[in-house]
Design a protein. Structure first.
Length: 148
């Protein structure tokens, strides 16, 4: 069964002079509006989320949620997760695209937890992550597991 996630993207301005405003707002029912723009390198507003930020966020969040679900199913106790993710935009063969998203979480587990099992589940999460299965960029996985 397909799930649908509708959204509305709202922009107003004038593109004739070439210095048009890149700011827009994304809305969907029941959620706070999201202020978006292009990246500052593309004349955007650095205080707003840009597509590259959002792609990295989508992959990092989906991977984390998939990992946590796998840990819950396997009875592996995770008590904290803080990712230091980064999307890499590059030009390859004259095409600019997000080529990689680095996921560098610090995963906090209780004492006695099998570190190897945590890493195994983290890597397995990539196979089941909806977003990872939807994009062509490489996901570079570099977890650090810490006992607390």
């Amino acid at each position: 069964m397909a799930h649908h996630y509708p959204l509305q993207l709202h922009w107003t301005g004038n593109t004739l002079d070439g210095t048009y405003n890149r700011n827009a707002t994304v809305t969907t029912a029941g959620k706070q509006p999201l202020a978006v723009s292009s990246a500052p390198e593309y004349v955007g507003d650095a205080t707003r989320w840009n597509p590259e930020d959002l792609l990295g966020t989508a992959l990092a969040t989906c991977h984390m949620l998939t990992f946590l679900a796998l840990c819950a199913k396997a009875k592996v106790e995770v008590v904290g997760y803080e990712d230091h993710a980064e999307a890499i935009l590059d030009t390859v063969d004259k095409v600019t695209r997000v080529t990689q998203v680095h996921l560098r979480p610090v995963i906090r587990v209780t004492r006695g937890t099998s570190m190897a099992k945590v890493v195994e589940l983290f890597e397995k999460a990539h196979k089941y992550c909806f977003v990872a299965n939807s994009v062509t960029c490489e996901a570079v996985l570099a977890p650090r597991v810490v006992e607390v």
